[in-house]
Structures are given as structure tokens and as C-alpha cells.
Design a protein around this ligand. Structure first.
Ligand code: RNT
Ligand code: ZN
Length: 417
């Protein structure tokens, strides 16, 4: 048989004891949940509402953002064609199919998401879900589930319960559990006098949201922690310690967002630490830059470290991988393609690691050998294995995906005034 870049790579990896075919088979079994909100700068399809006070800021004015549910689906459909493998879609509650109606967030139900479920089924996608605790008059003060007003808290509690029920119905219909992730913006710009009461109120609100029993075969509950946000620099109610403790106590999923920590902190160390104590994890694969937590994911050391940890620790079966970033300054479909392809690439290179050999060096105390090998394997022909995966998955190989994006921009996006 003629040798190709792939067969050459296969032999190079085999020489290190790594089976590239086995790595490709495992890779194909790991879905990535694409975040719908990259497509329209976290806009959603409710009549009113902006991001003010939410700590979320989508900056840039690249033309062609999706303005309707049909446009968003069309754009997502284009993005999935550029990404190898079978994946998922992560929806926010504000992206319902409201048909021009004003429906209160505490009154939404599966009716507003049935068209998404049908669309996802047709494309073979699983769905994940998020209650939306921002871009709403009842969130304008920057407080929701921890608000001092019991009426406002109750409204948001009802929203949380409604979303868990919607998530369960999505999961039931699609035959794969929906992860419903709860993130709230609650916090203060400046130093609070009372750090305790908002956290007590949040804990009580969460207890109320999670009180209705929902079958975990259909819906899994996750809670997302954060260090600080824009406008909540001094105090975030849902801090790391708060949610870690809550998730451990209630055996919920903890959501670790890669951009929600101090810049010198990274996820790899947290993944295995937290998985000692919670059943499963949700990852928001993102990239922090200075004070912003949501840049397009790069193929960098942090991303590689995350995927290495999932493979080395054998955590893939207990980890749900989602993306979370939004860049309005570049083509939004390219943003999805770049970040998602990077996440898959990083997982592939982690699956191609000769981990057993590295571990033997480490356990034998040979740290010189460990360091030398870790650096040497960076030169293995990983790109040929990645290209082969794209080829077999019928998606563009190498940078060819960008040609498709440019053609789509010309034919579709540029027509959106
Ligand atoms: C915000 C959180 C949250 C949001 C999405 C839109 O800091 O990361 O996950 O980005 O819910
Ligand atoms: Zn996040």
C-alpha cells in the first residue's frame, strides 16, 4: 500500500506505542456542545433586553449576525459542516421560538423549544440548556436569585424550575440527557457590607429550584462559578467556594468555565480535584484575556492541558464539554469553527499521548526522562492524523474550511443588512 502522510504518522505513533486508529475511534465518541450565543452576540429572540448589568459584553460589529431563529439555525448548520464528528447544541432560554409572543421567563415551557428539538433531531444533535438570568428588567439591578426582594427571587426560581423541565423534555425526546447549567450574574461593583445574606438567599433559591425531582436520565443540573465579572468586580455571589460546596453537598454537576478564574489559575488541576467530590463536570471551554472571560478558544497550552487531564485521568465519561465565548469582531461562523476545531484537535493530541510510558517515567522518579519525552512528542506528526480525521468525517481538510465560510459570507451573510 502506498504510504501517505497518515500512514507515516500512524507508524511514528506506533513506534511510541500509540494506536492512532484507537485514538480516532475514541475521539469520534466525544461530543462538544456548541454554544448558540456565538451566532448573535448573546442576543436571543425575546422582544427586548440587552446585556447591560449582566457582566457579559460582546464587542465588535462584524456584519452578518443572525437576527432570527431561522438565520441562527442556518448559520449553525453551516458551522457543523466544518466540524468533524457528531456534536451538541447548547441553547439559552432566551433563544426560544416565541413566535412574536411575549412569554414571561417563569412561564416558558417545552412548547417554545419544540422546534429546536425537532431541528436538533433532524441534524442528529443532542441539546443542552441554560436558564437566562440576564437581559431582563427583573435582572437589571444585577441581582436575581439572591435579590433581597422575595418576589423577584420567586420569579427567577420559577424560571429555573421551568428550564429544568424543558431540559428534561429535550433530553427525553432526543434520548440523551440535557445538561441544564445555571449561571447568574449576581454581584456588586463595589465592596458589599453584607457578603453573607446574598449567599444565604442564593442557597435557598437553589434549593427551591432543585426541589422538584427530575429524572437524571433526561436532565442533569449544573451550577457555574465565577471569580468576578464586568460590573461585579468586588463581589460575586456565586463564587467558587459557594458553588463547589453546593455541588458537593447536593451532588450536582459543577461547571468550570476556563475564563472564570484568576489568570494564573488553570483548569487541569481543578478537574481531577473536583471530580473527587462531584459526580460529573461541565466544562465551559473558553479563553480569558485580562478581565474578559470569553475569547475564541485557541490551540494553546491551557486548552491542551484541559484535554490531557480528561484523557489522563480517564474523565471523559464524567465530563460534558461545552464551549463558551462570543466574539462579534470576526465572522461568527469562523469563530465557531476555529474554537470547536481547536477543542477537538486538542482532544485528539491528548488521545495520541504515550501516557503509559510517561507515567512509568514519573512513577520511577525519572523526571529528566519525563520532561525530555514530553518535549519530544510535541514533534510527532499529529497534523496528519487530524487531517485524516477531517477527511473521514467529510469536513474540509486543513484551512479549506475558511473557503466555505467566505463563500457563505458572500452568498448569505452579506445580504443581511
Ligand atoms: C458568564 C458565564 C455564562 C455565560 C453564558 C452566556 O460569565 O460564563 O456561562 O457566558 O451563559
Ligand atoms: Zn460560562
Amino acid at each position: 500500500m502506498a504510504s501517505t502522510p497518515y500512514t507515516f504518522a500512524q507508524e511514528s505513533y506506533a513506534a511510541q506505542g500509540v494506536d492512532t486508529e484507537a485514538a480516532l475511534r475514541r475521539l469520534a465518541g466525544v461530543p462538544i456542545s456548541l454554544h448558540c450565543w456565538q451566532g448573535d452576540d448573546v442576543g436571543g429572540f425575546e422582544a427586548a433586553g440587552d446585556l447591560a448589568g449582566s457582566g457579559l459584553a460582546a464587542t465588535g460589529n462584524y456584519p452578518g449576525k443572525a437576527r432570527t431563529i431561522d438565520e441562527l439555525r442556518q448559520d449553525l448548520g453551516q458551522a457543523y459542516k466544518l466540524i468533524p464528528g457528531k456534536h451538541r447544541l447548547n441553547l439559552h432560554a432566551s433563544y426560544g421560538d416565541f413566535g412574536g409572543q411575549k412569554i414571561e421567563r417563569n412561564a416558558i415551557g417545552v412548547a417554545q423549544f419544540q422546534s429546536w428539538i425537532d431541528w436538533a433531531r433532524a441534524l442528529g444533535l443532542g441539546l443542552d440548556f441554560n436558564p437566562t438570568y440576564f437581559a431582563h428588567p427583573k435582572a437589571a439591578s444585577g441581582l436575581t436569585l439572591s435579590h433581597p426582594d422575595a418576589g423577584i427571587r420567586q420569579y427567577w426560581i420559577e424560571h429555573g424550575i421551568a428550564c429544568r423541565r424543558i431540559g428534561a423534555e429535550m433530553g427525553r425526546q432526543l434520548g440523551s440527557p440535557t445538561v441544564t447549567n445555571l449561571w447568574i450574574p449576581d454581584g456588586y461593583k463595589d465592596n458589599p457590607v453584607d457578603r453573607k445574606a446574598p449567599r444565604e438567599r442564593l442557597a435557598a433559591s437553589l434549593d427551591a429550584i432543585f426541589a422538584p425531582a427530575i429524572d437524571p436520565r433526561h436532565n442533569l443540573d449544573a451550577v457555574e462559578c465565577k471569580l468576578f465579572g464586568i460590573g461585579s468586580e468586588s463581589y460575586v455571589v456565586g463564587s467558587h467556594e459557594f458553588y463547589l460546596g453546593y455541588a458537593v453537598k447536593k451532588q450536582k454537576l459543577l461547571c468550570l468555565d476556563a475564563g472564570h478564574f484568576h489568570p494564573t489559575e488553570t483548569l487541569p488541576d481543578k478537574i481531577c480535584s473536583v471530580l473527587q467530590h462531584v459526580p460529573e463536570l461541565l466544562l465551559h471551554v473558553s479563553r480569558g484575556v485580562r478581565w474578559d472571560s470569553d475569547h475564541v478558544v485557541l490551540f494553546d497550552d491551557h486548552l491542551r492541558g484541559i484535554m490531557e487531564e480528561l484523557v489522563r485521568g480517564d474523565f471523559l465519561g464524567r465530563t460534558h464539554i461545552g464551549l463558551d465565548y462570543f466574539d462579534a469582531s470576526i465572522n461568527r461562523i469562523a469563530a465557531w469553527a476555529i474554537g470547536t476545531r481547536n477543542a477537538i484537535k486538542a482532544l485528539l493530541i491528548a488521545l495520541l499521548e504515550p501516557t503509559a510510558q510517561l507515567r512509568a517515567l514519573e512513577n520511577g522518579g525519572d523526571f529528566t526522562g519525563r520532561l525530555a519525552m514530553l518535549e519530544e512528542i510535541k514533534g510527532l506528526p499529529f497534523g496528519a492524523v487530524w487531517d485524516e480525521y477531517c477527511r473521514r468525517s467529510n469536513v474540509p481538510v486543513g484551512g479549506a474550511w475558511l473557503d466555505d465560510v467566505r463563500a457563505y459570507e458572500k452568498a448569505v451573510l452579506s445580504k443581511r443588512a
